[in-house]
Design a protein around this ligand. Sequence first.
Ligand code: C2E
Ligand code: MG
Ligand code: MG
Length: 583
Amino acid sequence: MHDPGIPAWVIEQAEDALAQELGPLARTVFDAAPDGILVVDRGGVILGVNPQLLHLTGYDEAGLLGRPLDVLLPPSVRSRHAQWVRQHFAQPRERPMGRVDGLAMCRADGTLVPVDIALGQGFWRGQACTVAFIRDVSAARRLAERLRHLAEHDVLTGLANRAQFLERLRDALDGTRRHGHTAALLLLDLDNFKEVNDTFGHPVGDRVLQHVAERLREAVRSDDLVARLGGDEFAILLPRVESPADALRVADKLLIALGPPVQVEALRLSVGGSIGVACCPQDAHDADTWMRNADLALYAAKSGGRQQPSRYETALSHAMSERARLHERLRQALRHGGLTLHYQPQISVRDGSVVGAEALLRWTDAELGAVPPAHFIPVAEATGLILPLGDWVLREACRQLRAWADQGVQLRVGVNLSPLQFRQPALAAQVRDLLQQYGLAPELLELEVTQSQAMVDLEQARRTLTALADLGVGIALDDFGTGHSSLAVLKQLPVQRIKIDRTFVRQIPGDPTDSLLVRGVVALARSFGWDVVAEGVEHSAQLEFLRRSRCPVYQGWLFAPALSPEELVSRWAAARGCHSTQR
Ligand code: C2E
Ligand code: MG
Ligand code: MG
């Protein structure tokens, strides 16, 4: 380490001089300083070093004293640095730590250590010198890098996370604007992941996700980006493709890569996927639309039997023609028949008797088969067809109530009102006319409005509900718990009953939060004087919990799904018989 060109006595003298000139206190400070200290003269020759600097660089004193500063500089900056030193001494300036990024020092073994350097000025032996305080920042640098990595990556798979992905998506968008090429966004959702998780547990699910991540990463080029957005949702960004058809080919390739079963310990698990593709600029001109349209395409791919990627453009036109067809067939059904009302019983928790029913619309089409309300109600809402449809439902329910009353069956029936229907100024008059026409006791009819529906325009809701309540019909708040609303406000509405949404009922009694919520809602309803129905009860454990929570009425597949009017009457009679023999 000792430069053979420098005689030993020079070094000894330098050391002596340092010891003498510093004095005992300064020497202590010099030796104890946690940062490396380096004293350099105007010519860039090292005059003094402290033990920490030796420790940092791996040199001994002899290897540094009297030598040019260059030995400590990374080779790449040596020539530039000579000039910098000249400039610096022409106009010496102090500099605190943290001013210059990316500094590094060359150790004796040739490795580089990242450092931060503060500079101070001094005089020594009558000449100006610079004192450099040198701090090893490798630990801080590693930490910063780790934090940056964490902020941009998914911990489980090491893939990019949503934040990084969105940033790169915006970059890709800029790229397409600047250079006029096409970029593609692929959203991928695993088909059977939920079952894997539910059946084999989360650790196995995690391993599956890691395998999938690996396969996706291997299947794309290095400048493509694979990210995990959350759960079993992955996204792949192809910043540059020849054409949308190219992107679809990549999607095919990815699905093929996911084809073979994944091996986790002794298990062989099949995890196919669905992929939706949207291209920029063809399908979107901003990042939000791009993500949304890829998501629509994914949705179409999933409903289209899987294993076939779907492109936004095609998905959209497909969805549009599906909706148009649905609308047209529904219009025909309204005119020529095909619609019926089924009735789902509402049961007393206490004694199992049928205390009421909810009318649910059923549609079976000659071409489309049985179409669930979740499919056709939104289309009817969007096209306005819900108004004649809603009229039909109200009239049909009243007709049925009359027919039952004539048979001696006294059952309250709940009818769902759509938001559009609810906003019709003539609604109360229409209900009044129907009650009159069919000669019904108003309390046999109950109208269900969703909680969120009531909150859209509170004044209007209050007016309409009051007008309806004045007629004597019942009002139920449907899907209770799913919308945001202040209880103080709800309390002012003339509501008799709330229906706890089935999403809360699903997880009782296993889920503590939902259990607490259901119990709390029942207690609250009691204090407000509202009746309660718990929806979607499928298991006896749920019913048992409701009994313990003193919820009076439930509805759900545990007792029966929506039934034809005849079936309902026979279940009503059977439950009655059973109920009277119980007593
Ligand atoms: P909703 O008013 O909350 O109706 C309850 C829904 O839950 C019904 O679905 C019913 O079949 C279902 N359900 C009942 N018990 C269970 C159970 O134990 N488990 C599960 N998972 N589900 C259960 P449906 O008949 O498919 O109706 C869905 C929605 O469509 C209704 O939700 C309502 O918002 C709307 N809808 C149905 N009929 C009409 C109607 O005549 N007019 C209007 N405007 N909307 C209707
Ligand atoms: Mg309902
Ligand atoms: Mg409901």
